[in-house]
Design a protein around this ligand. Structure first.
Ligand code: NDP
Length: 231
């Protein structure tokens, strides 16, 4: 039977690429979308990960359609960049709420059914800046670094239940999130000399979700063209 997979923020960008990659591999893939329409050919559930009620309702719908979620990809995320001196408290907490507490909400909802299944894969999408830091992104970098400690704690808590928890740390990926950044300046610091395509992140997520990655847990996998080397 096809595995039940849920990708948050799967209506565009990296999340959509992950959803398509896993669907092509034969999984029963559901995506959450917060605004707009669900992507064609994928089961979509409307969900804002800052709402516990939305998360609960989304999982209920996915479980009814595909069965308990066996692979959870927590991908939904936002940026609200500004220097600390200018950063309002809500600019900090909004980003933490979506990126870090959002991951908590979905993982929390997923974990008991995974324990009952006696298997599960949780993959959290962090960022290279979680470990390197980035001027103007203290809120975002803190949220992404937080995912590492969160994932590693879950890896310890649920390893004996055959549930792996890993982090993927993309570098600079061509999506809406990066469309307005100074491409030339960023690419100059990337050893591979280019941005990633979302599919290059998606293939690593597919690997982590596969049987080939059965002995990997608590890992932080950089997919950044070398941008974060040394961190
Ligand atoms: P996009 O801005 O293209 O897409 C973000 C996705 O997250 C959208 O589907 C969006 O939904 C969803 N989302 C945002 N906030 C919420 C929320 N509160 N509830 C539910 N869904 C939400 O970003 P990317 O595809 O580039 O990024 C995906 C992930 O990868 C993020 O976690 C990001 O931090 C991370 N990342 C991206 C990098 C890059 O260079 N692009 C580099 C490193 C990490 P909606 O369409 O409704 O807005």
């Amino acid at each position: 039977m096809a595995r039940s997979v849920l990708v948050t923020g799967g209506n565009r960008g990296i999340g959509l690429a992950i959803a398509r990659e896993l669907a092509a591999a034969g999984d029963a893939v559901a995506v959450t979308y917060r605004s707009g329409e669900p992507p064609e050919g994928l089961f979509g559930v409307r969900c804002d990960v800052t709402s516990t009620a939305d998360v609960e309702a989304a999982f209920d719908k996915v479980e009814a359609e595909h069965g308990p979620v066996e692979v959870l990809v927590s991908n939904a995320g936002i940026t609200k960049d500004t220097l600390l001196a200018m950063m309002k408290e809500e600019t900090f907490t909004d980003v933490i709420d979506a990126n870090l507490t959002g991951a908590y909400r979905v993982a929390k909802r997923a974990i008991r059914p995974m324990m009952r299944l006696k298997r599960g894969r949780i993959i959290l999408i962090s960022s290279v800046v979680g470990l390197s830091g980035q001027a103007g992104q203290a809120n975002y970098a803190a949220s992404k670094a937080g995912l590492v400690g969160f994932a590693r704690s879950l890896a310890r808590e649920y390893g004996s239940r055959n549930i792996t928890v890993n982090v993927v740390s993309p570098g600079f990926v061509a999506t809406d999130m990066t469309a307005e950044l100074d491409q030339e300046a960023i690419v100059a610091n990337i050893p591979l000399g280019r941005q990633a395509a979302p599919e290059e992140i998606a293939r690593v997520v597919r690997f982590l979700s596969s049987d080939d990655a059965s002995y990997i847990t608590g890992a932080v996998i950089p997919v950044d063209g070398g941008l974060g080397m040394g961190h």
